[in-house]
Design a protein around this ligand. Structure first.
Ligand code: NAD
Length: 481
């Protein structure tokens, strides 16, 4: 059993002001794997005070020096990557090979992309030739509160803490109470990399406690949040009193438009993408819209792929998918499967209950519903499990209408052999991102949505800009140094 009750505040691990134990449950065994503490107001205040005190010196540290320190986090990661992946695997159920190859690697991937983008930032730039004495200076916003979810835990931390520190902000991270172990290792990486005391702080806690304390804190200038749309709304309201900048990455209900001229692998890669991480990805292509002429064939193929996906324990090697994160998530997914059946969708494979051979662990059968109609609950709501809805469409216009008829707008997908159509659809789909024919986002691109998926732009130069404020200056003389 891992016991990690302390918080990382002002460069040291400190005991909580009032110990309140919380058990982290291993979703494979349903047994506790760690004990942490949930912080309270005194802990949050101490962390914010440390970040506030550290801010002037860190903001004044030359950008190159900040980048040099942040880059050293990668050396710590490299020395402990196996342990890091094990922490993710045990806390949220990602199979160990996937935790190592896809989850943990989010840290070096984002960090190296941010370091590259960081070189492009012009800290003070001329407004333009029409106004020779006008300048725009970019300045760090101040103390930032970072609130992250459990599903891609390192990914979210890397997308927030790394650019915040590069920008010159100081921060307090509240990771998900479901997946705090990788976050605490990240704090150790920062410490060992020589990040100055107070620049990065971590307080564990829940949403109503540390989460709300950060969102209402007068000394926190910005909240960067990833999580559910429900919490995003609560955070926006709570932050309004102190007029913080609020940056939200929320849920999704991605549509994947599969045309009759799509390549042979389109169905297989789409189903695998859906089931990856046991369907617990905000950008999962959870609605597969298929051109009617190939619809039945596509259902058959999708079922064959889903049935070939193995489900198994997170600690075992292999390319299986693991359990979902916890009991309430498992029950929520079961509720959606039941709703799908009750509302008349065709259960093509998977379904209710644990997969055969398991009597514990929060496993969900890879499930496909065919003949889903727009407006059914499983078509509208984010399930966050390995459950895909298949819907036929008649033509491009019909497909776009169904795809866009959702409150969400994170990632949509297109599979077609007609590049002109792909280009056209990329502009017609209402989402922050569109991925076509299996091409994933390039290095230096951002991640972010529109509508109720939130409007953050995390990653690349956009992801650093989020932590900066622009200051308009007139009467500036660039030749004066
Ligand atoms: P969640 O909203 O329950 O919790 C996310 C974080 O917010 C946790 O740290 C939690 O403690 C905290 N929190 C909850 N309520 C809060 C409140 N009122 N004030 C302050 N903090 C609060 O989400 P989750 O279950 O951890 O994660 C799953 C959700 O995250 C899904 O909806 C998924 O789509 C979304 N998500 C979105 C993205 C994205 O980039 N768009 C990425 C990953 C996950």
């Amino acid at each position: 059993m891992i016991i990690k009750r302390d918080f990382y505040i002002n460069g040291a691990w400190v005991a909580p002001a009032n110990a309140r134990d919380y058990q982290v449950i291993n979703p494979t065994t349903e047994e506790p794997c760690a004990i942490i503490s949930l912080g309270d107001k005194a802990d949050t205040d101490a962390a914010v005070a440390a970040a506030k005190a550290a801010f002037p010196a860190w903001a004044a540290t030359p950008p190159k020096e900040r980048a040099r320190i942040v880059a050293r986090i990668l050396e710590q990661y490299e020395a402990r990557v196996q342990e890091f992946a094990e922490a993710i695997s045990v806390e949220m159920g990602a199979p160990i090979d996937f935790a190592l190859s896809d989850q943990a690697t989010c840290l070096p991937w984002h960090t190296s992309n941010f370091l590259k983008a960081f070189e492009e930032i012009e800290w003070i730039r001329p407004l333009g030739p029409q106004a020779p004495t006008s300048a725009v200076a970019m300045e760090p916003i101040g103390v930032v509160g970072l609130i992250t979810p459990w599903n891609w835990p390192v990914n979210q931390i890397a997308l927030k803490a790394i650019p915040a520190m590069l920008a010159g902000c100081t921060c307090v991270l509240k990771p998900s109470e479901e997946a705090p172990l990788d976050a605490m290792m990240f704090a150790e990486f920062c410490h060992d990399a020589g990040v100055p005391a107070g620049v990065f702080n971590l307080v564990n806690g829940d949403g109503v406690g540390v989460g709300s304390q950060l969102t209402t804190h007068a000394d926190v200038a910005m909240i960067s949040f990833t999580g559910s749309t429900r919490a995003g709304i609560a955070i926006s309201k709570a932050s309004a009193e102190t007029l913080k900048r609020v940056v939200l990455e929320l849920g999704g209900k991605g549509a994947n438009l599969v045309f009759a001229d799509a390549d042979d692998k389109a169905i297989e890669r789409s189903v695998r993408r859906m089931m990856e991480n046991s369907g617990q990805s905000c950008n999962a292509p959870s609605r597969m819209l298929v051109e009617r002429s190939i619809y039945e064939q596509a259902v058959e193929k999708a079922v064959a792929v889903a049935e070939s996906i193995k489900v198994g324990p997170a600690h075992e090697h292999g390319d299986h998918i693991g359990p979902v994160v916890n009991k309430s998530q498992w029950e929520k997914i079961q509720g959606y499967i039941q709703k799908g059946i009750d509302e008349g969708a065709r259960l093509a494979c998977g379904g209710l209950g644990l997969p055969e051979t398991f009597n514990r662990g929060f496993y969900v059968k890879p499930t496909i519903f065919a003949d889903v109609k727009p407006g059914m609950t499983i078509e509208k709501e984010e399930i966050f499990g390995p459950v895909m809805a298949m819907i036929p469409f008649d033509n491009e216009e019909d497909a776009v209408r169904i795809a866009n008829d959702t409150p969400y707008g994170l990632t949509n997908y297109v599979q077609t052999g007609d590049q002109a159509r792909a280009n056209r659809l990329a502009l017609k789909l209402k989402s922050g991102m569109v991925e076509m024919n299996g091409k994933s986002r390039g290095a230096g691109s951002f991640f972010g949505g529109v509508k109720q998926s939130g409007r953050a732009r995390e990653g690349g130069v956009w992801g650093i800009d989020e932590f900066l404020e622009s200051k308009g200056i007139s009467g500036y003389d660039f030749s004066a140094g």
